[in-house]
Design a protein around this ligand. Structure first.
Ligand SMILES: Nc1ncnc2c1ncn2[C@@H]1O[C@H](COP(=O)(O)OP(=O)(O)O)[C@@H](O)[C@H]1O
Ligand SMILES: [Mg+2]
Length: 312
């Protein structure tokens, strides 16, 4: 395939567009040591740039105050997962904007704008279907500029739950299962101002849950809220060699996104890599002694240091 590039749009991000304009190859070069390359449909590029920078000033205003706060840059960016970017409206609510930025930098085909918008509506539909469950908050959905924007109550996500709050979530999960649904992801819980727990990310929730999916949900809940523990537990199913390889690969991936120009694009990847390298280092230390685990500990500590320097 012939390309009419390269076009330098950015110091660390290059792209080449194919003749018919249908495919763009992005080369992501945050530092001289790390680079990654992937293909995306070229019509996805504008959204990709916006999401990388959390800058939506190119979009037309919507006339909806909650959305325009983000377009005007008035709502600080507070979180990113593998589907969405979350902004604080400052009035007890947040907006989750479905993102086109791939979670894994080595995704050959990142999600298209249409797929991203559809996934946002899937999350909204899950909230509608589960509206009777106490832990499922009421949310609003808007479509604007080809994107889905969800307005949700803001929750406190860092506090460790009490037994009572934990039990309430367990009961909600049973109700979700009785309704035929599964959360189908990490169970992400936050507390409102009254201390009532809510499950805030139903982005992968699905109807038609089977026994296996319900069990997975219960497993996730059993480990909530300690992410490190979830990763450690998952890692037990792997051989030590596979775990080491996966940890090293995850650091490569995370490094590919760790860029001072885009300090917030990297969060989920780096956190996953830190948890995995920690789990791998502990396992190797137990099995082969501290000396053997040193390279993994160094990988972990170096990544953590750079992460803190950039994302602070
Ligand atoms: N309602 C909320 N209140 C406070 N923080 C939130 C809320 N929703 C999301 N966040 C923050 O944003 C991050 C990403 O949101 P999430 O809904 O989990 O997106 P994704 O579907 O991409 O995983 C969360 O991990 C959390 O830190
Ligand atoms: Mg999430």
């Amino acid at each position: 395939m012939a390309f009419d590039g390269p076009q330098n749009r950015d110091p660390s991000l290059y792209h080449l567009v194919s003749d018919d304009g249908s495919i763009a190859v992005l080369e992501w070069r945050p530092s001289k040591d790390y680079r990654t390359k992937f293909e995306i449909p070229s019509r996805s590029l504008p959204g990709f740039w916006q999401d990388m920078r959390q800058d939506y000033s190119d979009l037309p205003l919507s006339g909806v105050a909650e959305l325009d706060a983000i377009i005007n840059g008035d709502a600080p960016f507070i979180g990113k997962g593998d589907d969405g970017l979350v902004f604080d409206l400052g009035d007890g609510r947040v907006v989750k904007l479905y993102s086109t930025v791939p979670y894994h930098a080595d995704n050959q085909w990142h999600r298209t704008p249409e797929k991203a918008a559809q996934r946002g509506m899937d999350e909204f539909n899950a909230h509608q279907a589960l509206a009777g469950v106490a832990c499922v908050p009421d949310i609003e959905a808007f479509q604007h500029a080809g994107r889905t924007w969800l307005v949700k109550p803001k929750l406190e996500t860092t506090e460790t739950p009490t037994q009572e709050q934990y039990d309430a979530v367990a009961e909600c999960l049973r109700q979700i299962h009785r309704a035929g649904w599964s959360v189908n992801d990490r169970i992400e819980v936050g507390l409102d101002a009254n201390g009532d727990p809510f499950i805030f990310d139903l982005g992968k929730a699905t109807p038609g849950a089977d026994q296996r999916m319900r069990e997975d949900d219960r497993d996730h809940l059993a480990w909530w809220p300690a992410r490190d523990t979830v990763v450690t537990d998952r890692s037990l199913a792997m051989t030590t060699e596979d775990l080491e390889a996966k940890a090293a690969h995850s650091v490569e991936m995370a490094r590919g996104w760790l860029d001072p120009d885009y300090p917030k694009a990297c969060w989920p990847e780096v956190e996953e890599a830190l948890a995995l390298t920690k789990a791998a280092a502990l396992r190797v230390m137990r099995e082969r002694g501290p000396k053997a685990s040193k390279p993994l500990r160094k990988l972990h500590d170096d990544l953590k240091r750079d992460y803190e320097a950039i994302c602070g």
